[in-house]
Write a protein that binds this ligand. Structure first.
Ligand code: PMP
Length: 306
């Protein structure tokens, strides 16, 4: 997906021009994947531009860095205001926001001691991540032949650049085979998540989603959808999901900042339910869109930019 340039990028506390936002090739991150990042959305709601769950995303960024003993040289509040500033400076109404923390240019060994911790914030316009029809019609996915990282290898609760090498394997395999996305299993063969989305399964009116122990990212959209489902009186449980439950489910959907709530219509060429987004998926999409499109927020999830 080509990125439309905006004017300014925030780097270590200063705004620089888009074309000047560069790092040295010897930066630790280039060689060892040492970065932590977020993907956040700013919506152009009917009440003005608003960032969805800013505090929760920034908290996850700090959590991700902490797992790797990386101390971000800014406070959470400073990062939150820098994000708002970056949106304002670029005069964006709706955008995708990418704060990224990375080990910079210093020593060249595996040990990052001696390398600075740098922070950048980039914003850009972004449309529908999984295709223009995805939200209405659903997508076709396969189960990945690649597993998610085993416990105690690459921690999946951290949103770190290195984990996305695994995501790339899953995504590229799916695309090569003509699918929009892949669903990965954990090393025990249970359902984990998509390359960039959490997964939910509906059967007999109840929702089930895998627990954090099944090698997945604690998605902000996942947490929000669990809240919205409970408010709608729909039962949600977090439990291990065997692969075959996908094939006999009434509905399956992905959640994510980029994917929002995306229905899945086929898995491994088997039709999910009747092949159309089901009533539970639709209800949750409706409740979610009311917040991010209408700006009707009773949960305190929106941070208005102005
Ligand atoms: N899992 C992975 C691997 C992801 O990259 C993402 C996107 N950040 C998600 C799940 C969904 O998380 P969120 O709802 O916070 O965007």
């Amino acid at each position: 997906m080509p990125v439309n340039k905006v004017e300014k990028i925030w780097m270590n506390g200063k705004f620089v021009n888009w074309d000047d936002a560069k790092i040295h090739v010897l930066s630790h991150v280039v060689h060892y994947g040492s970065s932590w990042f977020e993907g956040i959305r700013c919506y152009g709601t009917k009440k003005g531009s608003a960032i969805f769950r800013l505090d929760r995303h920034v908290q996850r960024l700090f959590d991700s860095a902490k797992i790797y003993r990386a101390e971000i040289p800014f406070t959470k509040k400073e990062i939150e205001s820098a994000i708002k500033e970056t949106i304002k400076v670029n005069k964006m109404k709706a955008c995708y926001i990418r704060p990224v923390v990375y080990r910079g240019y210093g020593d060249v060994g595996v040990s990052p001691i001696g390398c600075p911790i740098d922070v950048s914030i980039i914003v850009w316009e972004w449309g529908k991540y999984l295709g223009s029809d995805a939200l209405d019609k659903g997508i076709d996915v396969r189960t990945a032949s690649w597993s998610r990282p085993a416990p105690n290898t690459l921690p999946t609760m951290a949103k770190t650049g290195a984990n996305y090498m695994n995501s790339q394997l899953i995504k590229l395999e799916a695309l090569a085979d003509g699918y929009a996305e892949g669903i990965a299993l954990d090393v025990h063969g249970q359902i984990s998540e998509g390359s960039g989305e959490n997964i939910f399964v509906v059967r007999d009116g109840s929702i089930v989603t895998p627990p954090l122990i099944d090698a997945l990212l604690p998605g902000v959209t996942r947490a929000s959808v669990i809240t919205l489902a409970k408010e709608a009186g729909i039962s949600v449980t977090e439990s291990h999901i065997p692969r075959e439950l996908l094939y006999i489910a009434d509905e399956v959907f992905f959640t994510g900042t980029a994917a929002e709530i995306t229905p899945i219509r086929t898995i491994d060429r088997m039709t999910v339910g009747d092949g159309k987004p089901g009533p539970v998926t639709r209800e949750l999409q409706k409740r979610f869109m009311k917040i991010v499109q209408d700006g009707k927020d009773s949960h305190g999830w929106l941070t208005f930019v102005k």
